[in-house]
Unconditional design. Structure first.
Ligand SMILES: [Zn+2]
Length: 145
């Protein structure tokens, strides 16, 4: 096999890897986007506080979670320096299923992992292949992986 031929195989392989990766990410996003349409809509800070309380109880969580309702799109959970967590939701993501998603990230201690300090590739792979599927499985099917 001459070097050009090997190069063609490698290029072909990379192309399929990229197509596979793209499909995987689209599937992940679609998998939680569609149920979100049918999940209970959150209209206010009061709604969000109530749903956070209900969903933390279902997970048996004892951690303090502060919620922030936004008018514009927002979907994230952050850990503060004092050890408490904040869940920000708004716009299309102001749904009960998104609360489940963000709480599961906190519940599974995804904010604590040592990989957070590793390089970008490992961090990205860990997020895409482990943390995000876990959070989506719980969000959509209530499966605790
Ligand atoms: Zn997530």
């Amino acid at each position: 096999m001459d070097p050009n031929e090997i190069f063609e195989y490698v290029t072909e392989g990379m192309k399929w890897l990229l197509i596979g990766g793209g499909t995987y990410i689209t599937t992940l996003v679609g998998l939680n986007g569609i149920p979100r349409l049918f999940s209970e809509k959150i209209h206010s800070q009061e709604d969000l506080d109530r749903i956070i309380a209900e969903e933390t109880e279902k997970l048996g969580m004892t951690i303090t979670v502060i919620s922030k309702f936004h008018e514009d799109w927002e979907a994230r959970a952050t850990k503060l320096d004092n050890g408490t967590y904040e869940v920000h939701l708004g716009g299309f993501s102001a749904r009960r299923s998104s609360v489940r998603h963000e709480l599961y990230h906190i519940h599974k201690e995804h904010h604590e992992h040592p990989w957070r300090n590793s390089n970008g590739l490992i961090r990205t792979l860990n997020y895409l292949l482990r943390e995000e599927p876990q959070a989506i499985a719980y969000e959509v099917f209530r499966l605790k992986l």
